[in-house]
Ligand binder design. Structure first.
Ligand code: 3HC
Ligand code: NAI
Length: 708
């Protein structure tokens, strides 16, 4: 009403007798202190002005409100607190309407639930995703949601963190009406006018009673959720707190329930898991902003090719088809091409069987897929991903062909896991167009995409790769060229440290268990058995001639491979597998082989407790990761974190290995390294970067701003 407030995050003005309150706080209208204060002021203004019959809250831009301001977490709180803002809205004496579009998440949905009426446009995404940040709804969400939509539906939203679209929100009872069109102000005003016309009174969610409709079902939902969180969310702090708070909603008066929620929310806010998950959230967004993305515009990509239709080629083809782009697959002969096509079709059949795709959807996707044994079929495409055998000679032949047929400006990418991309680029007449796009298996599922930047690549090709990752819904991480780039180089060190422990006294089963307890979905030896022991064996044989003589080499895995024990696919590996089983059981014969190897090397087995196992494996990874940052292979510590969380199962709630290192303290990491160095000075040599940071009293996170 006052022109002086036009530059503020929240502004308000009359439209007839409706006070329209607009939140305009880019990029996503997060509920920072200014917004919270503005909302309270707008409600005060509405109460004061007799001309106001109802209040309409809308968001400017693409969203209603994406939630609390995540950047404020960990800083001193500023009034008004969000729960108080929600209470102020709910207590208003005039009807308050929230018109929702785009992200209506977390605290944003809590604001909407505190309003008296809700209308949603088709674009609205409603959810309580706090659990994904190690939090729980903290502004009445745990108390109002079950009152409005019942216990089971509320728990589902809060424990999954998923988004519900407008139609589902209507069916659940989260909103009262679907708005027509795309103009949120128009839809909101139409609804508010309708409410005023029928003298609709304020209707407070605190008075809703959906959760009392079937008390027995409510109890069952709570018990089930508790069992579910004990298994599926094992090790996570906030899911259990969410269930407790919903139980409090059932058992306590509203205001006591709110107080209970507040206490539990603050405990979550203080937890290291919250810090780890929020770090992961920002890190994956930062990782997508490589310097090249700011320096050059991407080349347009409207068509693609994939060379090789094996495990990776087929998965990459699906990932690209899913982004709506056409794919031409090239294989060596008709038989291999038919196999490649069959792989692609099998993935789609799986999606149809799971009900995630219709038959028509499958046909539409496959209509974008063509295959050929003739490289000429690639002559018009904009981007080509090579995924043939991991063999330098084969890759060079393929790139010479690509150089011959591809149109000028086409991006030529390799999916190599380890090979030198500078060397591959050098066989072409256009090394500026050659880049690494390292997908992870299964490529249509795994989110990580390492974008490997060779020395001579053009800036706009790097920028194109990041844009391509965005279109594929992948999480990109920029990496430099070295053996294994970021992820596989760290995996090698992790595995080596595990092998040393195994030969020195720990069993593979204990090591796996310790790492699962730490938060990995699988231990390192379960992963070997899943991926196939033969792959690593081939790599070890390839590297044998160039292996540094000072490097200790553990042969246990080789002994298993010599027996043809390659893991799940052969029924034996580090574990024994019943036919068709995916989980194995410990194998005494493997333990005997390990014992024999120890004896052969004169090693007297030592006892390691689980904590020591985690410590050694993590110290090895952190140390190598520091070298990776120091060498510029990763631009910042956060890039390492994103790669390991998204590609290697590193527990997200610990943020990543570098965040974890900061949490335990780099001085401790260095002290451990010095201790282990006495056993093996070659493997455990402290990274100069860690030494330097400890000397300066600095952390890895201090380097995260460096390349922005
Ligand atoms: N607070 C602060 N900044 C946020 C934010 C938030 N809640 N949500 C997103 N942002 C920022 C991002 O960091 C990014 O910033 P940048 O441009 O500087 O990198 C920018 O907004 C755009 O975000 P995205 O790149 O993710 O944009 P998208 O369009 O892909 O996605 C989104 C938008 C769906 C809103 C997504 O950002 C998202 O899921 N945000 C988090 C939502 C969330 O978890 N809300 C709950 C917060 S906790 C809470 O509300 C507690 C309460 O119960 C008390
Ligand atoms: P694969 O052996 O399953 O498939 C390779 C395919 O390439 C075969 O179908 C083969 O017929 C085809 N091929 C070989 N030479 C060809 C040529 N000259 N022209 C056309 N097609 C040709 O191998 P996979 O596992 O798919 O690996 C492919 C690449 O992806 C390798 O570089 C590998 O290192 C990399 N990679 C593999 C991962 C995995 O988990 N399997 C993960 C990430 C990368």
């Amino acid at each position: 009403m006052s022109p002086s407030n036009t530059l503020r995050a929240v502004t308000w003005s009359l439209s007839g007798n409706i006070l329209v309150v607009t939140i305009d706080h880019p990029p996503v209208n997060a509920l920072s202190a200014d917004v919270r204060r503005g909302l309270v002021d707008s409600l005060d203004a509405a109460e004061r002005d007799p001309a106001v019959a109802a209040v309409l809250i809308v968001g400017a831009g693409r969203n209603f409100i994406a939630g609390a301001d995540i950047r404020e977490f960990g800083k001193p709180p500023q009034p008004p607190a969000l729960p108080d803002v929600c209470e102020r809205i709910e207590a208003a004496s005039k009807p308050v309407v929230a018109a929702l579009h785009g992200a209506t998440l977390g605290g944003g949905l809590e604001i909407a639930l505190a309003a008296h009426y809700r209308v949603a446009l088709a674009s609205a995404k409603l959810g309580l995703p706090e659990v994904k940040l190690g939090l729980m709804p903290g502004a009445g969400g745990t108390q109002r949601t079950p009152r409005l939509i019942g216990v089971a539906a509320a728990l589902d939203l809060m424990l999954s963190g998923r988004h519900a679209n407008a139609e589902e929100a209507l069916a659940l009872g989260l909103v009262n009406q679907l708005g027509k069109g795309e103009d949120v102000l128009e839809a909101g005003l139409a609804y508010a006018r309708e409410l005023v016309a029928r003298h609709a009174p304020p209707r407070r969610t605190r008075d809703a009673r959906a959760f009392e409709a079937d008390p027995a079902a409510a109890r069952t939902a709570i018990d089930e959720a508790r069992r579910h969180t004990a298994t599926r969310s094992r090790g996570l702090f906030s899911p259990g707190k969410i269930v407790d708070a919903v139980q409090a909603a059932l058992e306590l008066p509203f205001d006591e329930g709110l107080a209970y929620e507040r206490r539990a929310f603050l405990e979550c806010l203080d937890s290291p898991q919250r810090a780890g998950l929020v770090h992961a959230f920002f890190a994956e967004r930062e990782a997508a902003k490589a310097p090249e993305t700011k320096a050059a515009s991407p080349r347009p990509i409207a068509s693609t090719g994939v060379v090789g239709g094996g495990t990776m080629g087929a998965g990459i083809a699906v990932a690209i088809l899913e982004a709506g782009l056409p794919v031409v697959m090239i294989e060596r002969d008709d038989e291999a091409l038919a196999r490649g096509r069959a792989y692609v079709e099998r993935v789609y059949d799986g999606l149809v069987a799971k009900g995630r795709l219709s038959r028509a959807g499958k046909e539409q996707a496959l209509a974008r897929f063509t295959g050929s044994t003739d490289y000429a079929a690639l002559s018009t495409v904009d981007l080509i991903v090579e995924a043939v055998f991991e063999d330098m000679a084969v890759k060079k032949t393929v790139f010479a062909e690509l150089d011959r047929v591809a149109r000028p400006q086409a991006v030529l990418a390799t999916n190599t896991s380890y090979l030198d991309i500078d060397e591959i680029a050098a066989v072409t007449s256009r090394p500026a167009d050659v880049i690494g796009l390292h997908f992870f298996s299964p490529a249509h599922v795994m989110k990580l995409l390492e974008i490997v930047v060779p020395a001579r690549v053009a800036t706009d090709v790097v920028s194109t790769a990041f844009e391509f990752a965005r279109r594929l819904g992948k999480t990109p991480v920029r990496a430099g060229v070295c053996d294994g780039f970021i992820g596989n180089r760290l995996l090698a060190v992790y595995r080596t440290a595990a092998d040393y422990l195994m030969e020195d006294g720990a069993s593979p089963y204990q090591i796996d268990r310790a790492m699962r307890e730490f938060g990995y979905p699988m231990g390192p030896y379960q992963v070997v058995d899943l991926a196939g022991g033969d792959i690593g064996w081939a790599a070890r044989k390839r590297r044998a001639p160039t292996r540094d003589a000072r490097m200790r080499y553990v042969e246990i895995a080789d002994r298993l491979c010599e027996r043809g024990w390659f893991g799940q696919k052969t029924g034996r590996g580090f574990y024994r597998y019943e036919p068709g089983a995916r989980t194995g059981s410990p194998d005494p014969e493997v333990e005997a082989i390990i014992d024999a190897e120890r004896q052969r090397h004169g090693i007297v087995p030592r006892h390691f407790d689980d904590e020591e196992i985690v410590r050694r494996l993590m110290t090895a990874v952190i140390n190598e990761a520091a070298n990776i940052v120091r060498e510029g292979i990763a631009l910042r510590p956060l890039d390492v974190d994103v790669a390991l969380v998204h590609g290697y199962g590193f527990p997200r709630h610990r943020g990543g290995p570098m965040m974890y290192a900061d949490t335990i303290g780099l001085a401790h990491v260095l002290a451990d390294l010095r201790r282990y160095e006495e056993e093996d000075a070659f493997f455990w040599q402290p990274s100069p970067l860690i030494v330097e940071l400890v000397e300066r009293g600095a952390s890895f996170s201090s380097l995260n701003g460096a390349a922005r």
